[in-house]
Design a protein around this ligand. Structure first.
Ligand code: KMH
Ligand code: ZN
Length: 274
């Protein structure tokens, strides 16, 4: 199987003041999407910012970003329902109103540095049911081994996602979640429930490359981007997200698993034709 490369270009954690090259405006996001698609990405995991570059879940801004990226690229557009650690749960559900192709769905609460990323069971179930109703494909975000068990419980209790496929993404190396090590990732992969049809992984910070290499060797797909990693190499800051996508594409190609096209990714994930 060739490789899905997802780019997560912005996130909610880094500030524009600290990282001026972080794409935060609509123009910067569209430019990023176009360049990353050309470099081999086929999905974008999107967090947006307001005029002051602060994380926001504003409905109008979310819709504008989805529309603009759809207009400029063929990328599968995935909106974050995780938002920032400060976003209330009810507002996180409203992200689906922007009608993305896909949405993230984190399978449990986790410590997140000094903060808590809240994902109680009833919220997970509600978001999951709404994603099915809205015909949006969820990507299950797994930050810890307990999240794998919660995913199994969810899939045993509920119907399959819209599109009938089950795609998960391991987010490793968050302080408070599973470590970004090959051993931790492979232990989590071994416990995936049988309904899972594809998985990807990312490593935060310095675990970015070791997790990418492990993932490719184990048959998984890749997520890269400045949401997860701001350092290209020792002493060299990432200047543009497409540098990380290009490197991932090169690595995947070396491993005889070149990037999936956007059409192949749509097929693999079962996203709706919009
Ligand atoms: N920003 C984190 C608190 C997601 O996008 O769904 C949550 C996060 C996960 O990034
Ligand atoms: Zn995110």
């Amino acid at each position: 199987m060739n490789t899905l490369i997802t780019v997560a270009p912005t996130g909610a954690e880094s500030s524009k003041a600290d990282v001026p090259q972080l794409p935060t405006t609509l123009d910067e996001l569209v430019d990023t999407a176009v360049r990353c698609e050309a470099a081999g990405a086929s999905m974008i995991h999107l967090h947006i910012r307001d005029a002051a570059h602060a994380p926001t879940l504003d409905a109008g801004l979310l819709r504008a970003a989805v529309d603009a990226i759809r207009e400029a690229t063929d990328l599968v557009v995935q909106l974050s329902t995780g938002g920032s650690v400060h976003d209330p749960l009810d507002q996180r559900l409203t992200v689906l109103d922007a009608e993305p192709d896909s949405c993230s769905l984190t399978c449990g609460t986790t410590n997140f540095g000094d903060d808590v990323f809240l994902n109680p069971w009833p919220f997970m179930v509600e978001l999951y049911r709404q994603s099915i109703e809205r015909e949006v494909v969820p990507e299950f975000e797994l930050f810890d081994l307990g999240h794998v068990a919660a995913l199994r419980r969810l899939l045993d209790q509920e119907e399959l996602p819209f599109g009938g496929r089950v795609h998960v993404d391991f987010v490793t190396g968050v302080p408070g979640g599973m470590p970004g090590t090959p051993a931790a990732l492979l232990a989590a992969v071994a416990l995936l429930p049988p309904q899972v049809t594809s998985w990807s992984a990312t490593g935060i910070g310095r675990s970015h490359l070791p997790i990418a290499a492990t993932t490719l060797a184990a048959g998984g797909h890749l997520r890269v981007g400045m949401e997860d990693n701001l350092v290209y190499a020792r002493g060299q800051a990432v200047q543009h997200n497409d540098e990380l996508v290009s490197r991932a594409a090169e690595l995947a190609t070396l491993m005889q698993r070149p990037p999936l096209t956007t059409a192949e990714t749509r097929e693999m994930l079962g996203v709706k034709h919009r």
